[in-house]
Design a protein around this ligand. Sequence first.
Ligand SMILES: *[C@@H]1O[C@H](CO)[C@@H](O)[C@H](O)[C@H]1NC(C)=O
Ligand SMILES: *[C@@H]1O[C@H](CO)[C@@H](O)[C@H](O)[C@H]1NC(C)=O
Ligand SMILES: *[C@@H]1O[C@H](CO)[C@@H](O)[C@H](O)[C@H]1NC(C)=O
Length: 461
Amino acid sequence: MGGWSRAGRSTPVALHCGRAQQMGALALVTATFFLTRLIDRSFPPSAASSLAFSSRVHSASDARHLDPFAGGGLAWPDRAYGSELSFKIFVYEEGEIDGLRELMRGRDGTISPDSCIRGQWGTQVKIHRLLLQSKFRTMKEEEADLFFVPTYVKCVRMNGGLNDKEINQTFVKVLSQMPYFRLSGGRDHIFVFPSGAGAHLFRSWAVFLNRSIILTPEGDRTDKRDTSAFNTWKDIIIPGNVDDGMTVFHGSTVVQPIPLSKRKYLANFLGRAQGKVGRLRLVELAKQYPDKLESPELKLTGPNKLGRTEYFQHLRNAKFCLAPRGESSWTLRFFESYFVECVPVILSDQVELPFQNIIDYSRISIKWPSTRIGAELLDYLQSIPDEAIEAMIAHGRKVRCLWVYAPETEPCSATLATLWELQRKVRRFHQSAETFWLHNGSIINRDLIPFQNWRTPVPLP
Ligand SMILES: *[C@@H]1O[C@H](CO)[C@@H](O)[C@H](O)[C@H]1NC(C)=O
Ligand SMILES: *[C@@H]1O[C@H](CO)[C@@H](O)[C@H](O)[C@H]1NC(C)=O
Ligand SMILES: *[C@@H]1O[C@H](CO)[C@@H](O)[C@H](O)[C@H]1NC(C)=O
């Protein structure tokens, strides 16, 4: 995957660096150098390697790879920061943990995962299935860098398979069956929460999952106590699940884009107002400027329900697809717009976008203040020359493969991009307030019981 950062746009930070900072930086480099030499000398090679391994997790063949002092100085591991993906992920099995099956299929086991894989929240199943086939998967917990806990609670809850109380209790039961969760305080455990509610689907997430890695499209959803379930540095934003019928690259998609000059509208908004200020304003605006802005009233149920094909046929008929905030800040429309090749205009101030490590969003979208939705916005959009729009569309065409949950063997996919983000989370060592260790690498708990002998249910959090 090449970088998509705009050429010629370099960070000016270094240039503004004053003399004082330069001296400071030099002093730091020098100090680090002497410090590493010092560490180097005080440990003979054999001791140095025992510093580097934790007997519990890593085999001897890994020790070379894992020894940060191997080259003499303190070397940053290529692994987790390097130029290729290299880590091991353990995926919990449905039958292995008491309660996991309920979180995937409901209390009676009747919710079909195949039905949960469709729709905008399909990521809860898709990511799990992709990891099951991943070459990074390991069957051995003791060698895993990361642990994936499959749950389909969004789907299970929608279909009445579990209520909120049951979800909460079952989650806690599941976590208490996992000694490795206890070992790291959950820091190397991964959960997918595919909807706008984010991790709030698990009521007590803040107590139990607040150190874990959460994959979610939603960066801005707070609960009633104003606690946000998304943490910029710990969690990973993933794209919503765009309809497979629109993302198939080999065959033809359900609806094809049309040339810019053939599009009837300047902009459109295809969604329900849901009583949201920004959306209501758009609906108003569409009434004022019906030939510029299309905003049909969408029927999501009943005989006039807009079918999938019709929906995308509307979406492709404008140069710009407006993506205002709904119940929460992310909207699937943003991702969908790339497959009909309209330029998305984000009207959702709090939005968090996926894969910012490789995507420059100013090249493929516009973000406009949601407080300024009005004729001014339409005037601005109208002032943009077609060549500029074409350039954004062309760039978006290259980037959109990152919204597709394709197998990791494809050269570009949401799957690969997520794996890269996950690799950044790999740590050589994990600790928690309830994890202790001895001179010889033995990991013990507060009662001095070695990790190998921890019995479930382990205490939580
Ligand atoms: C969730 O379940 C745990 C364990 O049963 C319980 O202690 C906690 O109070 C529950 N949280 C909520 C919000 O009900
Ligand atoms: C995480 O949960 C623990 C246990 O409830 C709490 O002590 C801690 O403050 C929480 N941390 C964050 C960052 O919310
Ligand atoms: C590490 O040391 C402790 C305390 O001396 C001992 O009980 C334990 O068996 C040792 N562990 C290993 C792996 O040698």
